[in-house]
Ligand binder design. Structure first.
Ligand SMILES: [Fe+2]
Length: 276
């Protein structure tokens, strides 16, 4: 197994490792790598949907998405199809997945099926480092506060629902409060747990105070110094720790902006804990 570190902030590309035959011993190495690097990447993985589900199950129970229907044979696998003419792109903008859930998923595994020849990279960002490097005056205000996270609802995708169907919950929104500074259940590290896509308000502050402070925090979180960038190839797999990272799927391969290609990924997510 070879590990190539992608940036000083997070991320590692692992080679000589087959994800379709992970043993318990291998899994412990894999999980240790994930905890250390927060997102790990593997190329040229010949992994079936069944093997993908097995890999996910080593991390814990695999969940179904709150409002997006999965594949017929594997309901926990969400096929993310970004059509060439789609209006609203899922995953464009910084976020951690489903932070509006009571127990947001802890791990996400992505498998690339179809990748445009140019563009469509994903950027990942380290939210432990974001907490460590945040201004002390902001830390003092937010350290014991909660924030409200709300989903955009599946209406967001309604312009192109032919491929990504909801399970009858169109428009439904999900909201929950979580601590702004959460603790990683496996490492004990502090994590800055707000994101510009789903975090709407800091509880206990006026709307104006909350808006101003969130804006400052979001500007800090989006610093490229906290990030790594992955250029996809087909049959690559990314495993990411959704508790301590955010990601941003760059939509730079569309007709209005460029080349009109589509991008297809499969996603599974592993049940997480309630943030504390
Ligand atoms: Fe995402």
């Amino acid at each position: 197994m070879k590990v190539n570190i992608l940036s000083g902030a997070l991320g590692a590309e692992v080679s000589d490792f087959n994800l379709n035959s992970v043993t318990q011993e291998n899994f412990e190495k894999l999980n240790a790598l994930l905890l250390e690097h927060k997102v790990v990447f593997f190329r040229d993985q010949n992994i079936s949907s069944k093997e993908l589900m097995f890999l996910g199950s080593l991390f814990g129970p695999v969940e179904e998405h709150a409002y997006v229907r999965g594949l017929d044979d594997f309901p926990q696998i969400t096929r993310i199809i970004k059509a060439a003419d789609e209006k609203n792109q899922w995953g464009e903008g910084w976020h951690s997945d489903v932070s509006y859930d009571v127990t947001p998923c802890k791990t996400i595994i992505l498998r690339s099926i179809k990748i445009p020849p140019i563009g469509g990279d994903t950027v990942f960002s380290n939210m432990e480092l974001a907490w460590e490097t945040l201004d002390e005056d902001i830390k003092k205000i937010i350290v014991d506060k909660n924030a409200l996270h709300t989903s955009n609802g599946s209406n967001f995708f309604v312009d192109d629902f032919s491929e990504m169907e909801s399970n009858g919950k169109i428009g439904e929104k999900y909201s929950n409060e979580h601590p702004i500074v959460r603790t990683h259940p496996e490492t004990g590290k502090k994590i800055l747990y707000v994101n510009p896509t789903y975090t709407k308000k800091i509880m206990g502050l006026s709307k104006k105070e909350s808006d101003n402070l969130l804006e400052r925090i979001f500007r800090h979180q989006e610093k490229l110094d906290l990030s790594c960038r992955f250029k996809w190839t087909e049959n690559a797999v990314a495993i990411l720790d959704n508790r301590c990272t955010q990601h941003y799927a760059i939509a730079d391969f569309y007709p209005g902006r460029g080349l009109g290609h589509e991008r297809v990924m499969d996603r599974i997510a592993i049940v997480g804990d309630q943030p504390y």
